[in-house]
Design a protein around this ligand. Sequence first.
Ligand code: PMP
Length: 287
Amino acid sequence: FDQREGWIWMDGQIIPWAEATLHILSHAMHYGSAVFEGQRAYNGRIFKLEEHTERLFASAAALDMDVPFSREDINSACNTLLQKNGLKDAYCRPILWRGSETMGVSATGTRIHGAIAVWEWPSYFTPEQRLKGLKLDISKWRRPGPDMAPVHAKAAGLYMICTLSRHVAEAKGCDDALMYDYRGQIAEATGANIFFVSDGRLHTPVADCFLDGITRKSVIDLAGQHGIEVMERAIMPDEMPHFEEAFLTGTAAEVSPVAEIGPHSFRPGAITKTLMEEYDRLVRRSD
Ligand code: PMP
């Protein structure tokens, strides 16, 4: 991935893709001090760019980072980079990290660096293919509580257990893993939030110890506009047999129906289909 053609924004400069390197003694590499975003452009426009940048700065604040760029710097760099790379349907990854200015756990002497990369990301699957549904493993790793880690930050270090969960899931032939939280409640997948449907209503866990996804919020709004009631509440694993539909939400996942979670099966129905279609319409809307 590091030898592609294209341009990357790094500390205020646009440089060739292959030259966007950093020192091995970067604090982020040793101690996980990096925060990032994942956003998507549809037909040349980054969906909810301001919200993503706001979350990037909130994640940085949660990790004590004093960012030397403004929100406007990041927003305009994302747009400039999309154009410079000639992309319309793309993934955009801004990242902030602590550099190699000092070495040790305390990072007060380090500088905060920033980079943004964009790459082509078309819609790979038709709605019909997606309606087959994802297969999720149930991970043994649990999302930590709000006094155990900065759980609302999109922080690199928090993805360690997501990668481990994904590896086990893939070895079992699953697409992703569902993680419970420190209390044993259903939390989220490794890079997406989860919703269930029963009796015509949506049920989704309260985002009190995991990332409150921007897609999650969009889907809750869309449900409201379509008169679908949304219950944000604690959901226990033993409720899964009673749910009829399940789907994931995320910038990459969009609205993705789930067919299986461990021994439980779900069938994408009217509510999942409506929200898939409405989300597709929303991200491509040009106003
Ligand atoms: N949870 C995790 C752990 C994620 O990585 C993501 C993707 N950013 C999400 C949830 C969904 O967030 P969003 O809808 O903002 O992409």
